[in-house]
Write a protein that binds this ligand. Sequence first.
Ligand code: UT7
Length: 331
Amino acid sequence: MRSRITGAGHYLPTRVVTNDDLSKRLPTIDEWIQQRTGIKERRYIEHSGIGASDLAVPASKMALAQAGLEPKDVQAIVFATLSPDVNFPGSACFLQQKLGCGQIPSLDVRNQCSGFLYSLSIADAWIRAGVYQNVLIVGAEVHSTGIDFSEHGRDVTVLFGDGAGAVVLQPTEHPTQGVRSVHLAADGVGAKELWLEAPASMYDPRLTVEMMEQRRHWPKMNGKQVFRWAVDKMPEIARAALSAQGMSPSDVDLFVPHQANMRINQAVAEKLGIPHDRVVHNIERYGNTTAATIPIGISESWKDGKIAEGSRVLMAAFGAGFTWGSAIVEF
Ligand code: UT7
């Protein structure tokens, strides 16, 4: 038995923020952002009070509708996010209540840009082991309330946007269809190369005015280092997934990479030998929505007809941790 993606959904807030809009708030320009990242605009929540679980509700409903399921049919939720609604409990609990699922297990996964692939691995294992049959996987982020709109944070701030994507996983006995493999990896040597340090439980108090003056409550990134690792590790782990399935890049109908930087994805696709027209990109419209990028990419591609019955889809991600992963799914 394998698990199979039977529905996908996505939701982006309606507030469009262009590069020119950002250049009014911090020292940056459209040309720099587009040249270095491929991003033209991103979405932000419309007002305070909207959390990752709120963005996840419409994305989940769309995924459930495609799968022909009601919220009461969901047996477990896996929610990937680095920007949970509150510090605790996890956003999966909020989503469970907002969707009106029963008292089902609801789990948050904190694996940043690789969060969706880590979640897929967990849900796939549950289904293959016969533990649950209908699992909802969500990636959702609200970044716009947690980024530094000063010149100190401009490298990070221009990259990120808010959004949500979801998929439904169910069992199948089809000989080839379904989640064929998921490969995951991590190396804590990069833990401080992309991180948000404070508030931190290892400090007492967890957050001080001094720490805020030192800007330690904003995300920090060593962009060049992250870029180098991503371009190295994404093809490596994508090849591991392909070779585990006896597949070559020419067998891939669609490549859905994490959307962190258009240049990273072009380099990864080139290294793998996957032509441009088989690579999904929406970073120009949404920026980096972290755990949401891959399920948004799957949902949009399915709605656009780029994914159809029998499509073999390769996914790969790299991000904070460092964590990275890949998956091959036949639809
Ligand atoms: O999904 C999570 C994983 N994240 C990633 O994968 C991101 C990986 N890294 C990257 O995508 C790239 O490193 C960035 C797009 C973040 C930066 O591109 P870069 O080519 O590595 O630029 P840089 O950091 O070396 O900065 C080049 C220049 C610097 O100025 P000087 O020192 O040359 O005078 C920066 O201060 O660009 C400046 N700069 C900016 N200028 C205008 C940095 N951010 C901005 C900005 N607007 N937003």
